[in-house]
Design a protein around this ligand. Sequence first.
Ligand code: EPU
Length: 448
Amino acid sequence: MADARLFHWEYRPEPVAPEVFRIVGGRPLEGSVQISGAKNAALKLMAAATLTGERCRLTNVPEIEDVRVMAETLRDLGVVVDHPEPNVYEIASGDVEWLFVPLEAAARMRASFILLGPLLSRFGRVIISNPGGDRIGRRPVNLHVDAMRALGAQIDYRNGYYYALAPGRLRGADVTFPQVTVMGTENVMLAAVLADGHTRIRPAAREPEVDDLIAFLQKMGALIERTAPDTIEIEGQRRLRGAEHRVLPDRIETGTFILAAAVTGGQITLDGASSDHVVALLRILRDVGVDVRCEPGRIRVDGAGLRLGSFRATDVVTAPYPGLATDIQPPLCVLLTQAEGISRVHETVFEDRLEWLSELNRMGARAEVLDPHHAVITGPTRLHAAEVEIGDLRAGASLILAALAAEGTTTIHGAHHVHRGYENIERKFLQLGATIERVAEGMTAPTP
Ligand code: EPU
């Protein structure tokens, strides 16, 4: 094995050094920030690279923990993963040595399950752990498994592992999902491009990251196309070739920085952002009264409405794309604490994605969770410093926003969750004039 590492048959997670963010808030953010490549595209593109023995090159890959976990997981399989310079990954899966994705990988990152489709269709078998991931509800994988069975896979579940076999080649099929699923759609795409015959996926997820994956697969020689807004069709090929691809900008990071400008009453320019991918959020920001101007590849935000007290409450409902992204709902809730009136939040995609609001309330917000899918936020409220705890990636970024808006020094425990998905988040906020540092638990606060 080129990159010999111990092979773990049992879950032995590496200990995470406990770190906190310390943030001195209450000041408007000013300046420009470069938006990174999208996490939820990069991870799938890395998985797609295992569909060929030829070398693939991905650029604009975000330097985040989830990408490192995916790289490590691939290396454990015997795939060559080179990282020649920052934001560039080269992947060559001429041969693999194991067709086993252990609990160790799955527990660290739910997206490891995206390896089911490509490994099964290219190598005919895989044993893959049931994934963990964020604490945002049950998050089952039954739709992925049912779809693979529709393509002819035999899948058994024993002791936390799926044992998947493709007798001969997988066969193209009509895959009908009972609800929209992003990774379910992508897993089927990654299996069907090497299957025998025609596959049609309906309803297929419409997220921009899915289209980025289609574009990469086309460069690899796959016959795959979105033939209607909710339909993807694929004619399976015997083999694919290596290709190069630049990861599209991260629309959730984009939304997070837009909201950071708004909640601190600052002025930020986002470079390398695509406004086309945040249309649902922009509509809500207009209702609230945040001034956002879009140019090709650039977004300018002026949060002066905060100082003027002119932000208005609004109701928000999350939905699959092109609806409002569930991943942007938590930072949007921080903005709603600054809006005059009562805002209703309806989270339709995940359960338990409102629980973190209890931490926001410790900072002075008035958010009431009515049930796992509904909350009511009354504003405006003056946020103040507190000691709070991050439970998942997006809630973590949202607590940072709240801390930047709040008077005083806030300590946020569980900083590692945020580095799963945001590249250099504290450096980017520092460049915008924030006082933020990530320190080991127990260290002293920064001087304002
Ligand atoms: N679902 C099932 N069974 C399945 C798959 C999904 O019941 O087999 C349910 C889920 O529990 C959820 C709904 O279907 O209620 C939609 O989930 P989906 O499959 O679309 O989510 P995902 O593909 O697992 C991706 C992103 C999430 C993002 C969602 C929704 C990746 C790696 N993750 O998850 O991103 O919230 O789509 O847009 O692409 C994040 O980045 O923080 C994150 C959680």
